[in-house]
Design a protein around this ligand. Structure first.
Ligand code: AP5
Ligand code: MG
Length: 215
């Protein structure tokens, strides 16, 4: 069992690899982005408050996302936790360390997914997601077998994210470099950091992550 962070810019493949780890190893994916989008869909007050911030590509407050993670970290997860898109600031990283200590857990690895910015634009603008089961697709690299129908659940409710456009992506990248990329040094200094080539094919990235987990 391992608790890990998937760290990388928008479009690095964090969600894609997290879902594979859930299936392959019974790990539990904790994606603050997914939680915030669910809050928006459910129409809660918090969801309404963060919707515009997210659509612009800015980070929501540390207080909100730390609260979301705190609610989920009530005990150990069978196969371990995958933190996907959290932490994203140094304050969030410190908070996660404290929360894990409070529940008697440790962080086993931080996996940096390296990609170059030009590839991210193509990944983000081609992405669509099944509204039925959450499976993530791509127009070129992972199309559905039958156009418009989810391979997993058969739903025809395909959705594109409000922040998957060129303007919001620029802001998301800027936020990543200003506020999140310092975490690479932070976890390197703690001795927790491993890096994988996120530009490789999905199966190859999965193998690199498996090597880190099994080390
Ligand atoms: P979040 O949902 O976390 O978005 P993100 O970090 O921008 O990352 P993405 O989900 O866009 O990318 P991904 O790395 O998961 O890539 P994916 O696997 O989908 O956050 C959204 C917003 O919520 C933030 O902007 C912020 O407002 C807020 N937020 C969330 N967490 C927060 C926090 N902690 N603090 C503050 N605010 C927070 O892959 C992308 C595409 O590429 C897919 O189409 C996929 O099929 C394709 N693909 C994946 N891997 C490969 C591969 N190896 N080869 C070819 N194609 C690939
Ligand atoms: Mg994601």
């Amino acid at each position: 069992m391992a608790n890990i962070i998937l760290l990388g810019p928008p479009g690095a493949g964090k969600g894609t690899q997290a879902k594979r780890l859930v299936e392959a190893r019974g790990m539990v994916q904790l994606s603050t982005g997914d939680m915030l989008r669910e809050a928006k869909t459910s129409g809660s007050e918090m969801g309404r408050k963060v919707a515009d911030v997210m659509a612009r590509g800015e980070l929501v407050t540390d207080e909100i996302v730390i609260g979301l993670i705190r609610e989920k970290l009530t005990g150990a997860a069978g196969g371990g936790f995958i933190f996907d898109g959290f932490p994203r600031t140094l304050a969030q990283a410190d908070a996660l360390g404290q929360l894990m200590a409070e529940v008697g857990q440790s962080l086993d690895a931080v996996i940096e997914m390296r990609v170059d910015d030009a590839a991210l634009v193509a990944r983000i603008t081609g992405r669509f997601t099944c509204g039925g089961c959450g499976e993530v697709y791509h127009d070129d690299t992972k199309p559905t077998k039958v156009a418009g129908i989810c391979d997993q659940c058969g739903s025809d409710n395909m959705q594109r994210r409000a922040d998957d456009n060129a303007d919001a992506l620029r802001t998301r990248l800027m936020e990543y470099y200003k506020k999140t990329s310092p975490l690479i040094g932070y976890y390197y200094a703690k001795g927790d950091l491993s890096s994988v080539d996120g530009l490789a094919a999905m199966d190859a990235v999965a193998s690199s992550i498996a090597l880190v987990l099994d080390a």
